[in-house]
Design a protein around this ligand. Structure first.
Ligand code: AHR
Length: 503
């Protein structure tokens, strides 16, 4: 294990600067966007004739904001939508594309104006890798294999010709490929064994074209469904039929029928949210143990391709659109999960927070031509320092944060060293009632210098950013740091997230 929590009477982090071996893939900082509510339509896609400034129909403000956080990949078109999406409906002249009903999300009519070419143009503008989830639930092997051919083939072939007719001469070389989504639920209500057999069959016909090698992601377990993981790793032909396996876990404060408000919550609900999101630690540890049993060479990646807070929708909005505000509490949930993905980066090779714009724990909210950067956005901006850096194994010795006789650690943290030798430590003080001096002992070096720091905090646990108002939660410079040799003391305010750069 690369780091662990120990409960003590002081807050201390021991960082082994000379023991790093694992790389934190930047793809851990990935995103997910579905045809759901105003994520695609209104969120990214406004069409070429819109008054909202756009490039080829895609909003310029959203693209430039997402570039600020260094978005490494984008998963699309779902989610549940993926298993009812027929990709051929979304190519060719837009005026001739058929419509469909989006049965999962509000029963609205989908006009397919945003399809394959528009998605790949979005990824091009963002400078990120596309992650496409194919339809295993209601599609066919031929349909999925044709989609891969359309995207990636440069041979003389019917699908290559069709792509060229539609204006794309060169293959896109899409690498990341989901073989169905939530096949235990909205993706077809399958048993693990039935899905394993189907996935092997589909996978056989998903070909590598040219030098492009597909990284196929099997539809993995729902939270703590360890049997699903066991069956897939045992019978799903890991490493050959799939290179990654997904895990979905959402943080829900109360229960699925009454999840709780995104903005109106008390300290006990804040605490419960932190406690429930920390369950990700146990999930990762136990799923990885199963993967280690069947894949001793560590060839298969764990891909947490849906995670984040799921609250009740904002009052007055369409319940099928999953539109929720985003507070300092959401920022804490982001930092805790990202620290955990860093911690388990030996196995966790990709993760995708749900869902980038206007849906669930979004980075950006839009209203007409305005956008808001959420507190979660600023966590992703702060954590860019960990992209492709080497994880530094650490031990977090934390005081307890106690509410209603239940306790969790005050602190979440991770540390890495980048290609230039700079060390970055991210620390969250979850406790909303107490600031703390966190002592960071950097073993394996005698002396470090403080270079710079940044902080995210707010006046209240439910502070948030809203349209037409000054930001209440943002990223600011931070320098309340003292260095003596290899010991760095970080004076953290209550309910804050801090990044410290050292060299
Ligand atoms: O992100 C919303 C939905 O949550 C996705 O469509 C589905 O995969 C999951 O259940």
């Amino acid at each position: 294990m690369s780091y662990s929590f120990v409960v003590t009477a002081q807050n201390k982090i021991i960082i082994n600067t000379d023991l790093g071996t694992e790389k934190i893939s930047r793809h851990i900082y990935g995103h997910f966007s579905e045809h759901l509510g105003h994520c695609i339509y209104g969120g990214y896609w406004v069409g070429e004739d819109s008054d909202i400034p756009n490039t080829d129909g895609i909003r310029n403000d959203v693209v430039s904001a997402l570039k600020e956080i260094g978005i490494p990949n984008l998963r699309w078109p779902g989610g549940c939508f993926a298993d009812e999406y027929h990709w051929m409906d979304g190519i060719g002249p837009r005026s001739e594309r058929p419509t469909m009903i989006n049965t999962h999300w509000g029963g609205v009519t989908e006009d397919n104006s945003f399809g394959t070419h528009e998605f790949l143009e979005l990824c091009n503008q963002l400078g990120c890798e596309p992650v496409i989830c194919g339809n295993l639930g209601s599609g066919s092997v031929q349909e999925m294999s044709h989609w891969v051919e359309y995207l990636n083939s440069d041979n003389v072939s019917p699908m290559t010709d069709l792509r060229k007719e539609n204006g794309q001469e060169e293959p896109w070389g899409v690498k990341f490929w989901g073989v169905g989504n939530e096949s235990w639920g909205c993706g077809g209500s399958m048993t693990a064994q039935f899905y394993a057999d189907q996935m092997r069959r589909y996978s056989t016909f998903l070909k590598n074209y040219g030098s492009n090698r597909l990284y196929k992601v099997a539809s993995g377990p729902n939270g703590a469904d360890y049997d699903w993981m066991e069956t897939l790793m045992k019978n799903g032909n890991p490493g050959r039929s799939f290179q990654g396996i997904s895990l979905h876990y959402y943080t829900v404060c109360h229960d699925w029928r009454h999840k709780g408000s995104a903005t109106q919550f008390d300290e006990s609900e804040y605490f419960t949210t932190m406690q429930k999101t920390m369950f990700m630690d146990e999930l990762l540890r136990r799923h990885i143990n199963i993967m280690d049993k069947y894949d001793t060479q560590n060839r298969v990646g764990l891909v947490v391709d849906e995670w984040g807070n799921w609250h009740d929708v904002e009052p007055g909005t369409n319940p099928g659109f999953l539109y929720q505000q985003n507070t300092l509490r959401d920022a804490m949930v982001a930092s805790i999960n990202l620290d955990l993905f860093n911690k388990y980066c030996r196995r966790v090779k990709m993760a995708n927070i749900a869902q980038t714009v206007n849906v669930l724990q979004a980075m950006i909210l839009t209203k007409d031509d305005e956008i808001v950067r959420t507190p979660s956005f600023y966590v992703f901006k702060m954590y860019k320092v960990h992209h492709d850096a080497t994880l530094l194994p650490s031990v977090v010795e934390s005081e307890n944060y106690t509410v209603d006789n239940e306790s969790i650690p005050d602190l979440s943290s991770s540390a890495s060293k980048d290609a230039n030798g700079k060390i970055h430590i991210t620390i969250s003080n979850l406790n909303p009632n107490k600031g703390t001096a966190v002592i960071c002992e950097l073993r394996g070096t005698e002396k470090v210098d403080f270079v710079k720091g940044s902080i995210i905090t707010g006046e209240k646990i439910n502070s948030y950013n809203d349209f037409g108002k000054k930001e209440e939660v943002t990223l600011k410079e931070f320098s309340d740091v003292k260095v003596k040799g290899n010991v760095v003391t970080v004076n953290m305010p209550s309910k804050s997230i801090v990044m410290v750069e050292l060299q």
